[in-house]
Design a binder for this molecule. Sequence first.
Ligand code: FPP
Length: 276
Amino acid sequence: MAADRRLPWWLRWTCAIFRAGEVPRHVAFIMDGNRRYARQLGVELQAGHTAGFDKLEQVLEWCLELGVEAVTVFAFSIDNFRRPAAEVDALMSLARDKFAHFQAHESLIQRYGMRLQIVGDLHLVPPAVLAEMERAVALTRTHTGPLLNVCFAYTAQHELLHATRAIVAATRAGELDVDEIDEHAISRAMPSNVAPDGQQVPAVDLLVRTSGERRLSNFLLWQAAGARLAFLDVLWPALSAWSFFAVLIQFQLSQPAVASAAWRDRECVRSSGCCS
Ligand SMILES: CC(C)=CCC/C(C)=C/CC/C(C)=C/COP(=O)(O)OP(=O)(O)O
């Protein structure tokens, strides 16, 4: 499905330049700092979360333009249910609106033909939110574009628990031999690793967290084992394209081919004559 491009020309050009190098196939985001952003502006906390969602749509569009195949976002942790009831209710109502928005023809999900998947302990999600999630996911069932994994009512430990139970059930049912349980079997049993069409999701190769926190907070502990980690001091709603591109430059410089070429160039300059 052809995307209706709404990005400014300079952003499309910059993305085209990045596409000449190695682009991460799977990027994950911990979208942290919405409430601090609201406090800094002196507005309601809910306005910070709304700004956070708007930023998610922007960042997604940058990723799509770059040709990223899968994006996974930490939208709501199981631990977030411990926040004051009024904030949880407001976040659920925002989520319901946003999943309804994902169904609209002009939404990013529809424009880019994205596949949508929700991962988490969905028993904890209020029925009205769950209904909108299911409708949004159903509308993307025939899509073949990039994947958006929304981790909602999620922790990595819960996902690992789910995978462990699924593996035990499969061995009890005689569908899986104990000797066949390896890293691949565990990966396949983890919902965020398998797209709705059954395709294997590439491993996370770049994980970005905003707001200055330098920890994973129970997000994708298995999938991000080999990921490059980027911790940015900016609050999520204030994340600029340039901060994100700076992360991408670091990512591209860290790729083995580029890193070894840079090392060779340095050696070349150091040793006499070969670059003259
Ligand atoms: C698809 C969908 C429904 C997306 C939801 C949008 C969104 C940005 C959710 C993030 C919610 C959240 C708990 C952010 C963390 O900031 P924080 O509240 O912990 O802020 P703080 O770190 O400043 O306290």
